[in-house]
Design a protein around this ligand. Structure first.
Ligand SMILES: [Zn+2]
Length: 352
């Protein structure tokens, strides 16, 4: 999951304005390739009007994006090959590789048929804690809490606070408030227990089994055997690594490798940092990923791949293909490179 809301909003404002410039810009700012980032791919989202709807795209849109990119000369390759091509400076032509975070079940049921049609490989980043139920898809849980109640009581350091959830506008505000509370005020290590207490205090039973939108281990083992699929690591518990101690952050990165090896029989070589934005991954975390022996690591920073990234294989930017931009023209604009400096304070080669 990611939420680079501010940068994304700015990008959305500028993207329409720059769409017309994109073909002109390409020779100057276009990279050697791109890593596309997906989360959910479904034609029938459970909450089509929910606050997390931007995490989803329709399978038809994925199909259209791949077809359009192929028509303009992109080769769809595995992540391993993408790394080799970065190291070679992109001399083998423009390439793209597809990634998906969190291991949503629809990656298997709805995205994979589209990928098979195009022979396009995908890397799916799995956080074992989310699969085992040791970690929560908390952004989904707070959406459900806010939807279920007209008001919520939040225990803060200065006492209980009432959060109004009585109207759609108030629900949006409540979601933003709880998002900030869980990611900024509560210690990362306490997030789960605080979320559970919040649910309990408001009469919602999180201990009851919830229908999971993520794949289970059997499904992951089955998709891992598919020739187009690579499994990567998404840390153990999907925590914001920057908010953890060095010991805990190293465990999150390193243990994910060992757990996935034990579950799947094969060690993952690639990592995606949870959230992936600047307040969740910096130079320290990039060093931990390198030390843990991963061949590459991706962020959610917006950018294309350049030959210079051969020196920054553990801080690779991606192009988010998400519900906010379900328009092939927007993806073309992003692939032109024109939006990269807009989202990154003028930088063309984005690392962290
Ligand atoms: Zn994630």
């Amino acid at each position: 999951m990611f939420d680079g809301r501010e940068a994304i909003r700015k990008l959305a404002l500028n993207i329409a304005r720059y769409t017309g410039l994109a073909p002109l810009a390409k020779p100057f700012v276009g990279g050697v390739g791109a890593i596309l980032m997906l989360h959910r791919v479904t034609a029938t989202p459970e909450k089509p009007n929910g606050v997390n709807r931007h995490l989803n795209i329709a399978p038809e849109f994925l199909d259209a994006v791949i077809a359009d990119m192929k028509a303009s000369g992109y080769a769809f390759v595995t992540l391993n090959e993408a790394i080799e091509r970065i190291k070679a400076g992109g001399k083998d032509g423009q390439f793209a590789t597809i990634t998906a975070d969190d291991a949503y079940r629809d990656n298997m049921t709805e995205a994979l048929p589209v990928l098979e049609k195009h022979g396009a490989p995908i890397t799916i980043y799995v956080a074992p804690g989310l699969i085992n139920g040791a970690a929560d898809l908390w952004w989904d849980v707070i959406e459900d809490l806010v939807n279920a109640r007209d008001r919520l009581t939040l225990m803060t350091s200065s006492g209980p606070a009432m959060i109004d959830c009585s109207t759609p506008a108030k629900k949006l505000q409540a979601n933003a408030r709880l998002h900030a509370y869980l990611t900024l005020e509560v210690r990362e290590e306490d997030q789960r227990i605080v979320l559970r207490e919040l649910a309990r205090a408001n009469g919602i039973d999180l201990e009851a089994p919830r229908p999971s939108t993520l794949m289970n281990w059997d499904e992951i083992r089955s998709i891992a055997a598919h020739p187009l699929v690579t499994i990567g690591a998404h840390t153990v518990n999907h925590r914001n690594l920057k908010r953890l101690s060095e010991t805990d952050a190293r465990h999150e990165i390193g243990d994910a490798k060992r757990i996935l090896q034990a579950e799947l029989g094969e060690e993952p070589h690639h990592l995606a940092y949870p959230y992936g934005y600047a307040t969740a991954v910096g130079g320290r975390e990039v060093g931990f990923a390198r030390d843990a022996g991963y061949a590459s690591a991706v962020t959610t920073r917006h950018g294309l791949l350049h030959a210079e990234h051969s020196g920054f294989l553990h801080a690779l930017p991606r192009i988010s293909v998400n519900g906010r931009y379900q328009n092939v023209a927007y993806i073309r604009t992003m692939l032109s490179g024109v939006t990269t400096p807009l989202a990154n304070a003028g930088k063309m080669v984005v690392t962290i």
